[in-house]
Design a protein around this ligand. Structure first.
Ligand code: ADP
Length: 177
């Protein structure tokens, strides 16, 4: 696959990653939560929450599958792109399309802001309960399809936190080497 060199797999804490933007698996209130959301706000400091509050005041939060962009505050990343993943409800409530929208809309927003490199966590696979294998397949396929058609962002990293996701992404990305 011609674009496989633009995709990277990293295991670890996304708040430490040095891409130009990192993606947050936020909730629709944009006012912080647990998991990766909590970690990003803790590490990035109050400027991120302040920027989220301004977005809430303007547009009243963020719908599932959509994305908004803020400063990266004290993070190594310049920007945080906050996207709201679907809560897993069995798979017949539009979850696959909504999860794909998270990846696509985050990439489009990054491109609109001239972002060259972006890192994604495994959206919806924590508290939101999306089966990890299905979520990984959607993430990889959606990013690959996007990269076929767009020059920006130039580089996309998947940041996996746990061993299950590491194995799943290794397998999916190997197929396209
Ligand atoms: P969601 O509500 O979308 O399920 P969670 O934050 O609960 O979001 O989990 C999403 C994924 O992020 C999970 O796979 C979780 O293991 C992972 N995660 C949690 N903390 C971090 C972190 N600091 N860096 C990267 N990934 C993380």
């Amino acid at each position: 696959m011609p674009n496989s060199h633009r995709i990277h797999l990293v295991q670890g804490d996304i708040t430490k990653v040095h891409t130009e933007a990192i993606v947050n698996a936020a909730n629709s209130s944009l006012l912080g939560g647990g998991g990766v959301d909590g970690a990003i706000h803790r590490a990035g400091g109050p400027a991120i929450l302040e920027a989220c509050r301004a977005i809430v005041a303007r547009q009243g939060g963020c719908n599932t599958g959509e994305a908004v962009i803020t400063t990266g505050g004290n993070l190594p990343a310049n920007y945080v792109i906050h996207t709201v993943g679907p809560v897993w409800q069995g798979g017949s409530k539009g979850e696959p399309e909504l999860l794909a929208n998270c990846y696509r809309n985050s990439l489009l927003l990054a491109a609109q802001n001239g972002v060259k490199s972006i890192a994604f966590p495994n959206i919806s696979t924590g508290v939101y309960g999306y089966p990890k294998d299905q979520a990984a397949k959607i993430a990889v396929e959606t990013v690959q399809a996007y990269l076929q058609q767009h020059a920006f962002p130039q580089e996309v990293s998947f940041v996996v936190f746990d061993a299950d996701n590491l194995a799943l992404y290794q397998k999916l990305l190997k197929k396209t080497d």
